[in-house]
Design a protein around this ligand. Structure first.
Ligand code: AP5
Length: 219
């Protein structure tokens, strides 16, 4: 299975990708997560990306493509992948198409996850992530278990709010999505790859809709 999850910040790409990787045994490739790892490690890339991410902008295409090329070259991506948060510009989409043609691994589908902008705002301001186990919660819709642990492995939950989930930055991220990423909807519709999923409501129901939308694409 080789799919792209396309959608605005907070549309649930990460949440649903986590469920798909368990069900389909392919890795989640999240450029946001890879950039946050670089920030945490304090690499040159991380230092550059940190300022851009905090302001809600996009890291340049060339940098992102380097990250993706390296990630897709790893052995676990040979059997497929779920791209989460990539591509985000027409330039990234064109480069992805060329890269996958070289690898002989064309996309099966691009799933657009549609959520009303008011709901996006509430989801993003309410998101909390556990530093210990990485699980994502939401103070409004998916509160962390009380008492801990978050899951079988995590005994010391340490919840934090992403720096780019501040109200000012969320507004900017949504503007950037509309201007630079929304055009990919028509791009992939034209390519015959687009499927659309209503991504509001119960998380399990969204997963069921997503699985129905991608049914038949798994290798
Ligand atoms: P990235 O990490 O990709 O952020 P994003 O696209 O803005 O998406 P999010 O992670 O915010 O949201 P999500 O859709 O994954 O939602 P989630 O499942 O967490 O990118 C961060 C930054 O890195 C970018 O701004 C940019 O600077 C840079 N970057 C990354 N990729 C780049 C690229 N390709 N090119 C250039 N720059 C790049 O859910 C959100 C919340 O909602 C959670 O709390 C969750 O519990 C809750 N939730 C989920 N589903 C539901 C539901 N059905 N009902 C109620 N609540 C729900």
């Amino acid at each position: 299975m080789r799919i792209v999850l396309l959608g605005a910040p907070g549309s649930g790409k990460g949440t649903q990708a986590q469920r798909l990787i368990q069900a389909h045994g392919v890795p989640q490739v999240s450029t946001g997560d890879l950039l946050r790892e670089a920030v945490a490690q304090g690499t040159e890339l991380g230092k550059r990306a940190q300022t851009i991410m905090a302001a809600g902008g996009l890291v340049d295409d060339q940098t992102i493509l380097g990250i993706i090329r390296d990630r897709l070259a790893r052995p676990d991506a040979k059997s497929g992948f779920i791209l989460d948060g990539f591509p985000r510009t027409i330039g990234q989409a064109d480069a992805l198409k060329a890269l996958l043609a070289t690898l002989g691994q064309p996309l099966d589908a691009v799933v657009l996850m549609e959520v009303d902008s008011q709901a996006l705002f509430q989801r993003l301001t309410g998101r909390r992530t556990c530093r210990t186990c990485g699980l994502v919660f939401n103070v409004h819709t998916a509160p962390p278990p009380s008492p801990p642990p978050c899951n079988g492995r995590c005994t010391t939950p340490d919840l934090f709010q992403r720096p780019d989930d501040s109200e000012a930055t969320i507004g900017r991220r949504l503007e950037v999505y509309e201007a630079q990423t929304r055009p990919l909807v028509e791009y992939y519709r034209h390519a015959g790859l687009l499927r659309t999923v209503q991504a509001e409501g119960d998380i399990d129901e969204v997963t069921a809709r997503l699985n129905a939308a991608i049914a038949g694409t798994a290798a």
